[in-house]
Write a protein that binds this ligand. Structure first.
Ligand SMILES: NC(=O)c1ccc[n+]([C@@H]2O[C@H](COP(=O)([O-])OP(=O)(O)OC[C@H]3O[C@@H](n4cnc5c(N)ncnc54)[C@H](O)[C@@H]3O)[C@@H](O)[C@H]2O)c1
Ligand SMILES: [Zn+2]
Length: 350
């Protein structure tokens, strides 16, 4: 079992624990809070069984539990669902000292985190991420969000007190679901852990998921510790996301797949701007993971419009994260010629 500690402004740290069968030890992984009497256990339709195990363990630890069902995926990240959750928590009598545990993927941790951050002006949240993407990315770092018109338009910074990453659950994920998380874990490697990228090159990443999770979590925790509110290094985690977000919106591809394509674009831009060439490297790793490396059917002008709308655009041009080396990211305002190079690399042509 490995522990990663993120200090927070509020005083209580956010503690990420990674290990096998941790769900069965959730009672000991919650911090000591005499005022806690009830825990609401939130689940997606796909995680009801795991949530049941969590609830059982909490009851064995002497706590009362309430089941809090949410819709699947992005359908949970709405104001209506948030309203329903507030009412359910109120009806269950949850007070300031109580806790909400989110058992699910990143969509669930995002919305439950938002509910916990705002119900009674903030109660404790704990996450049990059940997708690889949530374990290495969404559940860590204290960003919560729901979609209102735009994706993640409303949200709050609020850390869970505990993130319980159960390797056994992640190991049981279908390959296509795991691939979505591998895209972000690989990104974490390129941003801050050359050894992790090497694991992907040799294929060891697929046989040693525990090491991948620990390494990717370590990169994110390190960046978050250095930069809580995204003024500096945290932006490095957006590697592949400037183009990736636009591809995601234009194609409806899942986030990890879109980020995979975005990383290929970032690699082409890096080669031109910094001279560091990781284009073939990232392409072959992504292909090995069964992730897409191009978006040939996307309309170029539509993609450019979407990128222009993105938060990452500045007066100086389009802001992209590029690499000077594996583990050495830089944020650069790139010009039109570089954007063209990036889009050519992913098969998006006029
Ligand atoms: N807050 C952040 O910093 C941050 C970072 C990255 C992504 N995100 C958010 O995370 C979300 C994407 O994460 P995700 O892909 O985990 O979302 P998700 O919650 O939609 O999960 C993906 C799918 O996997 C299913 N699933 C969950 N656990 C499972 C299990 N153990 N076995 C089988 N199926 C399971 C879910 O029901 C869902 O259909 C997006 O909403 C994104 O905005 C947030
Ligand atoms: Zn992402």
């Amino acid at each position: 079992m490995d522990r990663f500690v993120i200090p927070t402004a509020g005083g209580r740290p956010s503690i990420v624990t990674v290990g096998p069968d941790l769900v069965d030890r959730i009672g000991e992984l919650l911090d000591d809070r005499p005022e806690r009497t009830t825990v609401a256990v939130a689940a997606q339709p796909t995680t009801v069984r795991i949530a049941g195990r969590v609830a059982e363990r909490l009851r064995a630890a002497g706590l009362g539990t309430v089941h809090l069902p949410f819709p699947d995926g992005e359908a949970a990240k709405t104001l209506e669902v948030v309203g329903d959750a507030y009412r359910a928590l109120n009806q269950a009598g949850l007070t300031r000292g109580d806790t909400v545990v989110a058992v699910g993927g990143g969509a669930l941790t995002d919305v439950v985190g938002f509910v916990a951050a705002t119900y009674l002006r903030g109660i404790e949240a704990v996450y049990v991420p059940t997708t690889l993407l949530a374990a290495v990315d969404a559940a860590i770092g204290g960003k919560t969000a729901i979609n209102v018109d735009g994706k993640n338009l409303a949200g709050a910074f609020a850390h869970p007190t505990a993130v319980v990453v159960d390797e056994r659950i992640l190991g049981a994920l279908p390959a296509e679901e795991a691939a979505q998380g591998h895209a972000e874990a690989l990104k974490a490697g390129y941003v801050g852990d050359p050894d992790l990228v090497a694991m992907y090159r040799t294929g060891r990443a697929l046989s040693d998921l525990g090491a991948v999770v620990r390494r990717a979590v370590a990169v994110k925790v390190d960046v978050v510790r250095r930069d809580f509110e995204e003024r500096g290094p945290r932006a490095h985690l957006n590697l592949g996301h400037t183009v990736g977000h636009a591809v995601e919106t234009a194609t409806g591809l899942r986030h990890g797949s879109a980020v995979a394509i975005g990383m290929v674009a970032a690699a082409a831009a890096s080669r031109r701007v910094t001279g560091f060439d990781w284009l073939d490297d990232v392409r072959s790793i992504l292909e090995g993971l069964g992730l897409p490396v191009a978006a040939p059917d996307v309309d170029r002008d539509r993609l450019l419009d979407l990128m222009a709308l993105d938060k990452k655009r500045t007066a100086a041009g389009l802001r992209m994260v590029l690499l000077e080396d594996v583990g050495a990211p830089v944020v650069v305002d790139v010009g039109d010629a570089t954007v063209r190079t990036a889009l050519d690399a992913i098969g998006v042509r006029p």
